[in-house]
Write a protein that binds this ligand. Structure first.
Ligand code: NDP
Length: 480
């Protein structure tokens, strides 16, 4: 059992109340999370506020040294933290290892990017006037993360905010707080001054809401559901906080008549079922040119059905672990039932997995549907589970029209060997990321932005650092 502490004002803190964190593979507790309350959030924000002026004044090379030391600490702890992540979230261990390494990569990236944040000098119309533009850290950042990639998502917020000179109070999701809180020891070991970075855990509607409403929080950065993001926008309005929102996705995969089919199938399966489909850019709708639809469907269903499902720490490692919670599993069951009842065909999967290996946990198999209509839940909602729907279309134009019809715009995938289709398709798709003939990305050097209701602002890359800096114009009159 893991019973980590919070990190508030430079100290590891316990709380009077704790709550169990369950292993999705077994339904059994893996640890107890401390629970903060609004008072402790207030204390953390006040500590971050007090630490801000001196942290912002630390020269950049010294400031980035803290980030690099923390990255080095994380690299030494990959194995235990990855095991904790798999135990509380369910994903296969090698994916957890990758996620922990991504934390170190994010801190290293922003340690090296921070010295390249430059101001500007702008020519003026007067010989005695000088205009310069400064980029200065905005203040205390409130960071709220969700549970599917708890460490990666948090690092994408913490690293650029700290590199920019902001101080942070961060909250993981209730479902997956343990691996995040395990980072507290590393933040202390890296020597971050008291109050610069604080970790508080607890329910979103109390602890998260207190953070979102706190008047001393200048910038709120959030990854999670679209409905929560909208509530946070409202909460942030009263004090006009800066906002970065990474919200719901659910991605279209478009397969043109001239697509490299084998690759489209392999990549599509990878992106539809990774982390049991609990991915903001999980492939949910597949639009295939009718000329290739039968061939694509046959291969896709075969590849999906061949994926091995089991506990994330099993040997040999499964391709897919359990769903993260019973509620997530129930939702997927309901969405597939809704589709089936309304006439969709289930080509593989479609029933909760049962048997000695599965009964205690929350397992759902890779599921492929066809014959879906626009009014089914699978077409209107982000499933956030291992379910993909294949729909034949008349061509790429119809596919793009369908892909652009919804409210979300995070990531779209397009497979074609025609340069013109690829170029014009990338331009026409209303998404923050368009992948042509690949499903890679989500790496720290490249910007990640949600269009439409998938988000606000940009994470990752230099844009992610810039987000935590305010612009100040300094106009100096020399001729006095
Ligand atoms: P939620 O929006 O329910 O929760 C996310 C976080 O917000 C949790 O820490 C939660 O706390 C907290 N929270 C909940 N309510 C409030 C509130 N009223 N005030 C402040 N904080 C609150 O996320 P989901 O479970 O719906 O997460 C899945 C969603 O995240 C999907 O839609 C997915 O697409 C999206 N996502 C987007 C990504 C992107 O980059 N665009 C990446 C990954 C996921 P607690 O859980 O403790 O209650």
């Amino acid at each position: 059992m893991t019973n980590p502490s919070l990190l508030v004002a430079g100290e590891l803190r316990d709380t009077a109340q704790r709550q169990p964190v369950l292993n999705p593979a077994t339904g059994q507790p893996v640890g107890q999370s401390p629970l903060a309350d609004a008072d402790l959030v207030d204390e953390a924000v006040l500590a971050a506020h007090a630490a801000f002026p001196s942290w912002a004044a630390v020269p950049v090379p010294a400031r980035t040294g803290y980030l690099a030391r923390f990255a080095a600490w994380v690299r030494e702890q990959v194995d235990p933290i990855a095991r904790l992540l798999t135990a509380e979230q369910g994903k296969p261990l090698s994916e957890s290892v990758g996620e922990v390494k991504a934390v170190a990569a994010a801190f290293d990236y922003y340690a090296s990017a921070a010295p390249h944040v430059l101001g500007e000098t702008i020519p003026t119309a007067s010989a005695t006037v000088r205009s310069t533009v400064l980029r200065q850290p905005s203040g205390v950042v409130g960071a709220i993360a969700t549970w599917n990639y708890p460490l990666g998502i948090l690092a994408w917020k913490l690293a650029p905010a700290l590199a920019a000179g902001c101080t942070v109070v961060a909250k993981p999701a209730e479902q997956t707080p343990l691996s995040t809180l395990a980072l507290g020891a590393g933040l202390l070991a890296a020597g971050f001054p008291s109050g610069v970075v604080n970790l508080v855990a607890g329910p979103g509607n109390t602890v998260g809401a207190a953070l979102a409403a706190h008047p001393l929080v200048r910038h709120l950065t959030f990854t999670g559901g679209t409905a929560t993001g909208k509530a946070l926008m409202r909460a942030a309005a009263d004090t006009v906080k800066r906002l970065t929102l990474e919200l719901g996705g659910g991605s279209p995969l478009i397969v043109a008549a001239d697509a490299p089919l084998e690759r489209a199938v392999a990549d599509g399966v990878k992106r539809a079922f990774r982390n049991s489909g609990q991915l903001c850019n999980s492939v949910q709708q597949i639009y295939v040119d009718a000329a290739r639809a039968d061939e694509f469907t046959e291969r896709f269903v075969k590849a999906a059905g061949a994926l091995r499902v089991g506990p994330g720490d099993a040997t040999p490692e499964p391709d897919m672990g359990p769903m993260s919670s019973e509620a997530a599993l129930r939702r997927v069951v309901d969405i597939v039932e809704d589709a089936r009842r309304s006439g969709a065909a289930v080509l593989t999967g479609g029933e909760r997995l049962t048997g000695p290996q599965y009964d205690a946990g929350w397992y759902y198999p890779p599921t492929v549907l066809t014959g879906v209509t626009d009014t089914m839940r699978v077409s209107c909602e982000e499933v956030f589970g291992p379910v993909a729907a294949i729909t034949p279309v008349s061509g790429v134009d119809e596919a793009i029209e369908r892909a652009n019809a919804g409210d979300s715009g995070l990531v779209a995938f397009l497979y074609t060997t025609d340069l013109r289709t690829a170029t014009l398709g990338a331009e026409r798709l209303e998404y923050g990321t368009v992948n042509i003939n690949n499903v890679g990305g989500g790496d720290v050097p490249y910007p990640y932005a949600g269009w439409k209701q998938s988000g606000l602002g940009v994470e990752l890359a230099r844009d992610g650092l810039r987000a935590f800096l305010e612009t100040k114009h300094v106009r100096v009159e020399l001729g006095y």
